[in-house]
Ligand binder design. Structure first.
Ligand SMILES: Cc1cc2nc3c(=O)[nH]c(=O)nc-3n(C[C@H](O)[C@H](O)[C@H](O)COP(=O)(O)OP(=O)(O)OC[C@H]3O[C@@H](n4cnc5c(N)ncnc54)[C@H](O)[C@@H]3O)c2cc1C
Length: 400
């Protein structure tokens, strides 16, 4: 049996950040990680480049956390993206750069540089790998955590940082929710966020790989519009992906009953009148060429064929083309798969945690951080920014 001041279950992004802050303060800590190494998910972030944070002002950044934006604000403002950059550059020795949309990456473009620097700072002595926590008990004001091999670690403070349920091969298989539930916490059922969406659409030509820029998506179910999102749209082999689809994916109901569909405005900003005017003004132009000014050629030819000239476009065809451009329909018959989502929606519910410390309102000295909580951010460095900020506040409370 081992004893430590603070045990952190999970050596992913949030657990490593907590380890860094405790180590910096000279505190006794132990990260308990189930895998043979820490931070496997960090290695695949940002397509292997790790978009570690986003340099927007926290008052702007908070808008990227959906319903949790108010709750998350103290975390991302008390340990801001600027603080995160400073930590990596000044203390962890990783040079960073800022790219489009304020996204921050290591200059080397290697996620492993981020992961390795974090592990190095925490120190191997403070990390125990191969420890899959299966039970947590409260005994005489301490926590007793037990691994599936029967090893026991006792601690005064316990930080749950087991992540969500996406990409389970990296280690985050939902056990954090089970451990928190075992301590009395309520769990919002995990489901996919930032995911591709399996969908069928009116069969045109093969659109796999086609990207349409600046599309506006609206999601409908229960007979009404439920959510909308904008951005680029990518047609995939079995549906849609790209920023707009990833953003709206979290709103798809957990169980698909009845009609669930997305209408895509592929030509946002273009009015019906403008399009009709252009068709009328260019009688000798092929309609497909004209439509290609707005959407990729293969999509345009799928929508209206290659042969018809604008002068031959009758009102019924015009209406059909307009409908496809303004309300292209995707039918959804399957919930997006959480295991291939970038993030998990769901986890420990937020009103059972203090927003200034991520301490449990039910169990003193228990903290829940990162994706183990019911927080999911949009893509662009938001989720790692939250992992860092929530870890910072938990450690701040532990330090007193
Ligand atoms: C493909 C992909 C790309 C992404 N890119 C970005 C990006 O560029 N920028 C960004 O901000 N976010 C990105 N994200 C999201 C981001 O990676 C996560 O939000 C972040 O890693 C969450 O950190 P975490 O510590 O909460 O969980 P995780 O990083 O998942 O870590 C949880 C850790 O806990 C361990 N664990 C789980 N259960 C147990 C247990 N019972 N006992 C012991 N250990 C356990 C796991 O093995 C794991 O190491 C991406 C996600 C994916 C899947």
């Amino acid at each position: 049996m081992m004893t430590t001041g603070t045990a952190i279950i999970g050596g992913g992004a949030s657990g490593l950040f907590a380890g860094i802050f405790l180590k910096r303060a000279g505190e006794d800590l132990l990260i308990l990680e189930r895998n043979p190494e820490c931070g496997r998910k960090i290695l695949i972030t940002g397509h292997g480049r790790c978009n570690i944070t986003n340099l927007k002002d926290p008052s702007e950044l908070k808008k990227g956390y959906n319903e949790a934006s108010k709750f998350v604000y103290p975390a991302i403002s008390k340990f801001s993206p600027a603080d995160c950059m400073k930590l990596f550059q000044d203390e962890l020795g990783v040079r960073l750069k800022v790219e489009e949309n304020d996204r921050v990456f290591p200059v080397s473009d290697r996620a492993s540089d981020i992961r390795d620097a974090m592990v190095r700072y925490v120190g191997e002595d403070n990390i125990r790998t191969g420890f899959k926590c299966v039970s947590i008990k409260r005994k005489n004001g301490l926590f007793e955590t037990t691994s599936e091999n029967g090893d026991v670690v006792t601690c005064k403070n316990l930080i749950l940082a087991c992540g969500g349920q996406s990409y389970p091969g990296t280690g985050s298989d939902g056990s954090g929710s089970r451990l928190a539930a075992g301590l009395g916490h309520t769990i919002n059922k995990p489901r996919a966020s930032l995911s591709a969406i399996p969908a069928t659409y009116e069969s045109l030509n093969d659109l796999q790989g086609v990207t349409v820029e600046n599309v506006s998506l609206s999601l409908y179910f229960d007979g009404k519009k439920q959510a909308s999102a904008g951005g680029d749209l990518l047609f995939t082999h079995n549906g849609i992906s790209g920023p707009s689809a990833m953003k709206i994916s979290r709103e798809i109901p957990a169980a698909i009953t009845g009609e669930v569909y997305i209408l895509a405005d592929l030509v946002e900003g273009l009015t019906d009148g403008e399009l009709v005017g252009r068709i009328n003004a260019n009688p000798r132009t092929k309609l497909c060429n004209l439509i290609s000014d707005y959407v990729p050629r293969s999509l345009a030819s799928g929508i209206c064929g290659d042969e018809i000239y604008c002068r031959d476009v009758r009102s019924e065809m015009r209406k059909d083309v307009l409908r496809k451009l303004r309300s292209f329909r995707f039918d959804i018959r399957k919930t997006p798969d959480i295991s291939s989502a970038y993030c998990t929606r769901g986890g420990v519910i937020l009103n059972e945690l203090c927003r200034d410390s991520y301490e449990s309102r039910l169990v003193p000295d228990l903290f829940v951080i990162g994706e183990n909580t019911d927080v999911d951010g949009i893509s662009g460095g938001y989720n790692l920014a939250f992992a860092a900020g929530s870890a910072f506040l938990a450690v701040k409370r532990i330090l007193g």
